[in-house]
Design a protein around this ligand. Structure first.
Ligand code: FEO
Ligand code: CA
Ligand code: CA
Ligand code: CA
Length: 592
């Protein structure tokens, strides 16, 4: 509490100090509540959560584990559709007496059902910021590791996507490791399949290696319960994961799509915008040290409205277009980028960039690779064309006010190590523990353009560390920040940033920062999360902030019996990843 409440409009709250309290700490004058927890029943027939009577059947009708990306879509009156990703499971924190060497079939099937996506109607109580889930609403939905997905776009049906269970190469069971995502202007949601590699055992090919598919057994041992997770037995199943999924949450009977035109990699997020003539452009990061940043430009225009014809047309927008990868060049002499994070003599880490086309339809622009190979082995395409190796490109968000695109680069502790790429102007620190945020401006403000200007907006860390940068804002007036991960805009054009893996001795949290005007760079911390948790899914509405508290209690040595967090339900209760709403006690808008 305490502290200055001045700031840019939308950011006038007393910043929360860094701390290690096992709770969600919010500014003075704000209130919070849990919207929904792991295991709460959302489908008809699903039982109430009972930590000691978990079943796969129950979990398939309950809110999944480890909520990550969140989207809120308009529905009616005081109701909205909440869509959530369930990135992964923490079996040791889910099951009493879990034996990692011998998982039971029931535990594995519960984990399958706890992955995926949820759609749940939420409603506002008493015109406050408080939201509650409407359980058993007909629009509520669960998609899990065993639900049916349709593969669409130029690589659908490719021999590289065919398996013994699906000779068509178009029908996949399950979505895994959905991290961040995006909301489209045509009313659907996008979900990035990120670290899908961890579910597959016995990888052997060069492409498996480039994607981090291990050569041995997996930690969860799913391959013992379904042979499709064993690459040796079913070599193409792994190619059917690592895509962007599109879901129509308004149609509970729709089959979600895996969009091959957007490429296959560890998709952190997928954030769309429209060109002046109405074509969607989707920005996407591949969250791995030294991996790339991409965009997809559709060749089709969005149809406005919610008619059946418009919705059918819009369901094809992400199947036709061109996939690009980014190459960035700094404008300062390489000798001034020494890996320490010291600003170059022109006072900015900045430069220009080009979008290198990789493929469009069945045409490849990459020597030695077919278009299908470009879509399915996109990382190798980026390698071949000399894309810029970034410090873990995570979430991305274009400013609705200025069109500038903000990309969170979480960290890269391998930068500059022997045999690894050293610092460059966009990734200016070796052994980068704290990360940075890059601001990209498309040439002529055209999202479909083939070039851009860029500069670093924030170089994260303790403001007392000279190797930090807050767009020139006086550092004594900003909150410390480390490991920016998810990004979102509020209604005033401020960027909100959630963190994953704070290296400054505090729990992770959520921050807001002005991007324009004389307060540009004034970063303020809005909240912190419980022990072991990551802050995900931020949504900043005028009267409400929504976050997903992911993997609370995930700390070395923790288990159900030896919890390292007692959030959200207190001592003796199992720790539960949950969605939290924060609002102003006096009913006013956030931060005004
Ligand atoms: Fe799932 Fe890159 O965070
Ligand atoms: Ca993330
Ligand atoms: Ca420069
Ligand atoms: Ca993360």
């Amino acid at each position: 509490g305490g502290g200055r409440t001045d700031g840019a409009r939308g950011l006038r709250f007393a910043p929360v100090a860094p701390n290690k309290d096992d709770k969600v700490t919010i500014p003075d004058g704000y209130a919070q509540s849990v919207v929904i927890r792991w295991g709460e029943p959302i489908l008809r027939g699903a039982p109430a959560f009972d930590a000691d009577k978990q079943t796969a059947k129950a979990q398939a009708g309950q809110f999944g584990y480890n909520n990550d990306f969140l989207s809120l879509l308009p529905y009616k009156h005081d109701q909205q559709l909440l869509v959530a990703n369930h990135e992964y499971t923490d079996e040791i924190l889910m099951f009493r007496g879990y034996d990692p060497a011998n998982p039971t079939r029931e535990q594995v099937e519960i984990a399958w059902a706890a992955h995926g996506l949820s759609v749940v109607v939420v409603e506002e109580e008493d015109r406050s910021g408080k939201l509650t889930a409407v359980s058993r609403h007909p629009l509520n939905r669960r998609l899990t590791a065993t639900s049916e997905f349709k593969v669409t776009g130029p690589a659908a049906g490719s021999p590289l996507l065919r398996t013994s269970a699906d000779p068509s190469g178009t029908k996949v069971l399950g979505t895994l490791n959905n991290c961040a995502g995006g909301t489209t202007p045509w009313g659907t949601t996008l979900h990035g399949e990120e670290n899908f590699n961890q579910y597959f055992a016995n990888g052997s090919s060069a492409t498996d290696k480039r994607y981090g598919i291990g050569a041995a057994a997996t930690e969860r041992k799913w391959e013992l319960f379904d042979k499709r997770f064993d690459v040796k037995q079913e070599p193409n199943e792994v190619h059917r994961h690592g895509w962007v999924v599109e879901l129509d949450p308004y149609d509970p009977d729709s089959t979600p799509r895996k969009r091959t035109a957007l490429g296959r990699f560890k998709h952190e997020a997928a954030q769309p915008r429209l060109t002046a003539d109405g074509r969607p452009v989707v920005y996407m990061g591949d969250d791995e040290r030294f991996d790339y940043f991409y965009k997809f430009v559709s060749s089709k225009r969005m149809k406005k409205g919610t008619s059946r014809a418009a919705r059918e047309h819009n369901s094809t927008l992400l199947d036709e277009g061109t996939l690009y990868v980014a190459k960035l060049t700094g404008d300062s002499p390489a000798t001034e980028i020494d890996g320490s994070g010291k600003l170059p003599n022109d006072g900015e880490f900045d430069g220009s960039g080009i979008w290198i086309p990789l493929a469009t339809g069945d045409k490849s622009f990459v020597p030695g690779m077919s278009a299908e190979e470009v879509y399915i082995f996109t990382r190798l395409a980026g390698d071949k064309v000399g894309a810029t190796k970034m410090d873990r490109p995570e979430d991305v968000e274009p400013s609705p006010r200025t069109g500038r695109v903000y990309i969170a680069l979480t960290n890269n502790t391998d930068r500059g190590k022997p045999g690894k790429a050293g610092a460059d102007e966009a990734n200016p620190r070796n052994l980068n523990k704290h990360g940075q945020i890059l601001e990209l401006a498309e040439n002529w403000d055209d999202p479909a353009g083939d070039g851009f200007a860029w500069r670093l907006f924030l170089v994260a860390g303790d403001p007392n560390d000279p190797a930090t940068y807050f767009s020139g804002f006086p550092k004594e007036k900003v909150s410390p920040i480390s490991c920016p991960d998810n990004v979102a805009f509020d209604p005033y054009g401020n960027l909100w940033i959630s963190t994953d893996g704070n290296q400054l001795g505090s729990h992770d949290g959520l921050f807001g920062v002005a991007t324009q005007g004389e307060r540009r760079g004034e970063l303020k911390q809005f909240l912190t999360v419980p022990a072991g948790a990551e802050t995900c899914g931020p949504i900043i509405q005028d009267r409400r902030v929504l976050i997903a508290v992911q993997h609370p209690g995930e700390l070395d040595g923790a288990s159900v019996e030896q919890p390292k967090s007692i959030w959200p339900d207190g001592p003796g209760k199992i720790v539960r990843p949950s969605v939290v709403a924060v609002w102003r006690k006096n009913g006013c808008d956030i931060g005004v």
